[in-house]
Design a protein around this ligand. Structure first.
Ligand code: SAM
Length: 241
């Protein structure tokens, strides 16, 4: 997709649009694409920026602890704006990140190209990370090696009570995409092919499948880890194996 394109909200995201016929717009600003929601006038839209804002504490990130040291490559089939994929590449993994929505994928491609051209990405991270436009399930089906882990960060269910609002990027993505319903399908497919699957969930939400091997909680989220004992002898060693 290109600057100037109109983008309609998809699925259940439609209900969150303004209802006055306006659509999201892709706009070129500051050398990269941004996506502006309907009804917000000239307010800055959402963009993919690398390195992403990092609020993580120093030391080994919870995501890296969830995957452990035996996993070498990670497939992120729910790439979104690429922040988690970047952090995983920063932690030393080789990462393939896949995004299916054409407008979100255009944001990723444009932000990644722009930040690399500006020399903001260390060479070794640029080498380890790639972004693709496509369907995550197709990429999961292509996993052909036992050292691959899968990271899933599906859109969260809408909170019942409105506590702290999520980051603007997530609010806009939710408005665009609605609640997605295929997260469990992604998890089931990934568990068959990958050595380890890590799912990001809201802290108090039920797991996508109950047989979680272990979980790591941070202040805001929980990482549910599913291990596939048929691969890599990865069963039973917990967090940093
Ligand atoms: C919550 S966002 C991910 C945020 C991301 N972890 C980040 O750091 O920016 C979920 C994204 O996954 C994408 N997605 C969901 N299901 C997918 C699938 N089956 N294949 C590809 N992309 C998918 C959605 O379009 C959405 O952009």
């Amino acid at each position: 997709m290109r600057a100037g394109d109109r983008v309609e909200a998809s699925g259940r995201g439609r209900g969150a649009a303004t209802g006055n016929g306006e659509a999201f717009r892709l706009v070129e600003a500051g050398g990269r694409l941004e996506l502006r929601p309907p009804g917000e006038g000239g307010r800055t839209g959402i963009r993919a920026v690398f390195p992403p804002d990092s609020r993580s504490a120093p030391g080994r990130s919870p995501l890296a602890r969830a995957f452990g040291k035996r996993i070498l490559r990670i497939l992120d089939p729910t790439a979104g704006l690429g922040a988690d994929a970047y952090r995983l590449a920063e932690s030393g993994y080789r990462v393939r990140a896949v995004e299916r929505h054409p407008a979100v994928s255009a944001l990723l491609e444009s932000g990644w190209a722009s930040d690399r051209a500006m020399g903001r990405i260390p060479h070794e991270i640029a080498e380890r990370l790639e972004f693709l436009h496509g369907e995550g399930l197709d990429e999961i089906a292509r996993i052909d090696s036992p050292d691959v882990g899968v990271y899933l960060d599906p859109m969260y269910p809408r909170p019942r009570r409105n506590k702290a609002l999520p980051k603007r990027e997530l609010q806009v993505l939710r408005q665009l995409l609605g609640e997605e319903t295929d997260a469990t399908e992604l998890l089931d497919a990934a568990r068959v092919r990958a050595a380890r699957v890590v799912v990001k969930r809201p802290r108090r939400a039920p797991p996508l499948r109950p047989d979680v091997d272990f979980a790591l909680s941070t202040k805001l989220v929980r990482l549910d880890v599913y291990m596939n004992p048929r691969n890599m002898g990865s069963g039973g060693r917990g967090g940093s194996s």
